[in-house]
Write a protein that binds this ligand. Structure first.
Ligand code: NCD
Length: 323
């Protein structure tokens, strides 16, 4: 294992490419920056294995501002910050903050920047992180804006693929579930279009991949195919990316009834799948993957969460001028 740390100097790098930057959309990344992020994330992984925690961000404060429920994203940002010696102001339940008194998002972030060096924001409205970023001098990291984007999830998804399969070019990635409202697949499909991949989409018509994203990816020359079930595409799949039907985002209950329980991955489903395929899921799952699949070595969704901590450590170090 390479144990040198060429990306982690102990001093602020104010001229570094990501110093002070917001992370709002996967549009911000090219292959060179992805290589850099994953190199740093890998070094974080090595450091955590070697010493658990180190004081790269000692004295730095993160405001974790969540207007929507979260388990993994909020706690992994907390874990990332604390493993780097920093600390966190958690605002997980905005109902206990002044947001419940009617405070606007711009005022809330302008207040938090007085206490924190970096802000992580999850919000139900598309575009909320971009809006917040206009009102604060401190870096804003988008932790999910409604049905819009979830860039840090896409980065950890890609890092998972690289750590598990060793490369991205040449792979076939099949996304299944709620491709309309699921922000993780919006960000991941767009990020994957920087590579030479084939994308398959399996979803009920009412939750198909949005037309604008399909066209954007098509314009990059990426091959995309739409299937109504897994039967015709599972055997050629290298990464099966399963998502939850986003019940809370449906405008029509009838559409939700059509979409729900559409696909359930069981050990039988996987009979024709490649032996070195991986199954991913951003989690939470609500029945799309049966628990019997968890013991299959191809089930990567719990490992995926752990990779997320290293990616978020890398991002925090980068925007705070430490990598
Ligand atoms: C996802 C999210 O919030 O977009 N979860 C996550 O961040 N890991 C997926 C979901 O809610 O279905």
């Amino acid at each position: 294992m390479n144990t040198s740390s060429p990306h982690l100097p102990f001093g602020d790098q104010r001229t570094a490419r990501w110093y002070g930057k917001d992370i709002i959309s996967v549009d911000q990344f090219d292959r060179e920056s992805l290589t850099y992020i994953f190199d740093v994330a890998h070094e974080m992984e090595v450091m955590v294995e070697r010493i658990g925690a180190f004081d790269l961000l000692k004295g730095k404060i993160l405001a974790n501002l969540f207007y929507e429920p979260s388990t993994r994203t909020s706690s992994s940002f907390t874990a990332a910050m604390e493993r780097l010696g920093g600390s966190v102001i958690p605002i997980n339940e905005v109902k206990y903050s002044s947001v419940s008194k009617g405070e606007s998002l711009p005022d809330t972030v302008r207040s938090l920047e007085c206490y924190a060096d970096v802000l992580v924001l999850r919000h139900p409205e598309k575009g909320a992180s971009a809006l917040a970023a206009r009102y604060t001098r401190k870096p804003i990291i988008n932790a999910g804006d409604g049905t819009g984007e979830h860039p840090t999830q896409a980065l950890l998804d890609l890092f998972t693929i690289i750590e598990e399969l060793g490369h991205v070019d040449g792979l076939t990635i099949t996304m299944i579930g709620d491709l309309k409202y699921g922000r993780t697949v919006h960000s991941l499909s767009r990020l994957l279009s920087l590579y030479d991949v084939k994308l398959n989409y399996v979803a009920p018509e009412v939750v198909a991949m949005p037309e604008d994203i399909f066209t954007e990816i098509d314009n990059k020359g990426i091959s995309q195919a739409v299937y109504s079930d897994l039967d015709n595409c599972l055997a050629g799949t290298d990464v099966l990316y399963v998502t939850r039907i986003q019940k809370e985002r449906f405008k029509s209950l009838a559409d939700y009834e059509v979409a729900k329980d559409g696909y359930i991955i069981t050990p039988e489903t996987l009979a024709d799948a490649k032996e070195n395929m991986i199954i991913m899921h951003p989690l939470p799952r609500v029945g799309e993957i049966s628990m019997e699949v968890d013991d299959d070595p191809r089930a990567a969704y719990f490992r995926q969460m752990e990779y997320g901590v290293y990616v978020r450590m890398a991002l925090l170090a980068m925007v705070l001028g430490k990598a």
